[in-house]
Design a protein around this ligand. Structure first.
Ligand code: SF4
Ligand code: SF4
Length: 66
């Protein structure tokens, strides 16, 4: 399955909570900015979404892997 992780960098404070919350290491904090560097591993649990107190992160299901 394939998910899209979108981070609103206008809202994001770079706290890194979403990076720590992701058990699949999908997200990486580079210079205080989180990036979804391993989207293939995302299983859509939304732990990152729940961890962000600013509501800056969104996860959408975008279809099955080919
Ligand atoms: S938890 Fe939210 S504010 Fe913190 S780094 Fe992640 S997206 Fe940004
Ligand atoms: S939805 Fe789950 S697996 Fe995907 S980036 Fe967020 S915490 Fe990680």
């Amino acid at each position: 399955m394939l998910y899209r992780v979108t981070i609103d960098y206008e809202i994001c404070r770079g706290c890194g909570d979403c990076v720590k919350a992701c058990s699949m290491s999908v997200l990486e904090l580079i210079d205080d900015t989180p990036y979804p560097t391993d989207l293939e591993s995302c299983h859509g649990c939304e732990d990152c979404v729940k961890s962000c107190e600013f509501g800056a992160i969104k996860v959408e299901y975008v279809g099955k892997k080919k």
